[in-house]
Design a protein around this ligand. Structure first.
Ligand SMILES: Cc1ncc(COP(=O)(O)O)c(C=O)c1O
Length: 414
């Protein structure tokens, strides 16, 4: 038998094992100052492409004022208790109504955290007789929800409709035998590659198979569809999405999440979703803050237009300069390069220290060995100058990468 703490100390996990060298720089970096394209990292201003502040609302003067006033008026304790017991309010209900209208659904339940909402909703919607069919590259919160499922699950290859149909055939056979139902789960926009889920094609499969579709649209809410109503609106199939999830963590620049669906389904979630029944309700400043953000999104469609102007300039500029940005058709912009982990580390150091550009980097074990992804998140508050400077800088660093200048095993000190 092993002591639990000794076991943990001996194996800190695939990312944690590098904590000693990476903490504070590659992991847990501190970006300081107002949330904007230019923020301070280690005492110096950098051009920042790493935040999901898509519409630029985080530092919008009306948002800052609404947040500050709500904090002063209500404090963060209010209301106390879970919604079901003592934590309900008119403002929570108003926000739910406005969100329903925003995403074109009958009803909505607010949730305190997006991640927890997805896990708990999946747990709540299916029982052991039901079968889940889900995309292989689903976000961790979907995978965790699926892990809680007591029945069978079938995974389909990422965005592969043929394979999705194959898994639906297997699921149908099993669900018929068990007298169960089928829940298909996928995403509106995949946060790593930036490709939209093939929602329309999945909805079309309803003509042949009986299932309900649950879509996590964390990156799509606010960025896709008319006035930001989401990826289903963008693809003209919002009605075919039976259960719609959005988070406040990205376009809304807040915290919390919500699930929208038919009224009776949302009522079922209200009375059965464990993470909401047994947890404190969303504090009022966050509710009031979310109302302000929806108001701004409705009033200012030009924020979304600006986001797309920057997105299109960045993506077409990168492609023109010869970069591989994969299959993105959303603002999420991955730039794929080839190199070892030491090369990736030296490249990011150069980018941050000599070009003053801050973006996220993804390497093995998140992606296959030898692949480096630099992930850029454009926002409505970036400028075309920011785009041009970044593409020029990327051209210089990729030149250095290709000529082996980052090859040294020795990681430059930071
Ligand atoms: C696809 C997806 N789903 C769910 C979440 C979790 O949402 P939250 O940050 O609100 O917990 C995220 C990350 O924020 C996400 O990218």
């Amino acid at each position: 038998m092993k002591d639990l703490f000794e076991k943990i100390k001996a194996n800190r996990g695939p990312i944690g094992m590098h904590a000693k060298e990476s903490h504070g720089y590659f992991t847990f970096p501190k970006l300081e100052g107002d949330i904007a394209p230019r923020m301070v990292f280690r005492g110096r201003e950098r051009l920042n492409w790493s935040l999901n502040n898509y519409l630029g609302l985080a530092n919008h003067p009306e948002v800052r004022k609404a947040d500050a006033d709500a904090a002063a008026n209500y404090g963060f304790a209010m209301p106390m208790g879970a919604r079901m017991m003592s934590g309900n309010s008119d403002l929570h209900e108003q926000l739910e109504k406005e969100l329903s209208a925003f995403v074109q659904k009958e009803s909505t339940i607010l949730c305190n955290f997006g991640y927890q909402a997805m896990v708990s909703a999946i747990d709540c919607l299916v029982d052991r007789h039901d079968v889940i069919v889900y995309d292989a590259e689903s976000h961790a919160c979907i995978l965790d929800g699926v892990r809680l499922h007591m029945g069978k699950r079938y995974v389909f290859k990422h965005n592969d409709i043929e394979d999705c149909e194959k898994q639906l055939q297997r699921a149908t056979k099993l669900a018929e035998e068990q007298n169960g139902s089928i829940l298909v789960i996928t995403e509106g926009v995949f946060g790593m590659r930036g490709d939209q889920g093939k929602l329309k094609e999945i909805v079309d499969l309803k003509k042949k198979y009986q299932f309900r579709l649950f879509v996590d649209d964390a990156h799509g809410i606010g960025t896709m569809g008319t006035n930001g109503g989401g990826t289903g609106v963008e693809q003209g199939c919002q009605d075919g999405i039976d259960i719609y999830f959005g988070t406040f963590a990205k376009s809304f620049a807040l915290i919390g999440g919500f699930i929208s669906s038919d009224e009776q389904i949302v009522e079922y979630l209200r009375y059965n979703m464990r993470s909401q029944i047994f947890a404190k309700s969303l504090p009022l400043p966050l509710v009031v803050g979310a109302l302000k953000r929806i108001e701004l999104m409705r009033k200012h469609p030009e924020y979304k237009d600006k986001l797309w102007e920057i997105t299109n300039a960045l993506q077409s500029g990168l492609k023109k300069a010869g970069f591989d940005i994969g299959v993105t058709n959303s603002p999420v912009t991955p730039v794929y390069m080839n190199g070892s982990i030491p090369e990736a580390t030296n490249l990011i150091l150069d980018l941050r220290e000599n070009f003053n550009i801050f973006c996220s980097m993804v390497v093995y074990p998140v992606v296959p060995k030898g692949m480096i992804i630099l992930r850029l998140i454009p926002t409505a508050v970036h400028t075309l100058d920011d785009v041009n400077y970044t593409i020029e800088s990327f051209s210089k660093i990729v030149g250095k990468l290709k000529s082996g200048q980052y090859m040294s095993d020795k990681i430059a000190a930071f």
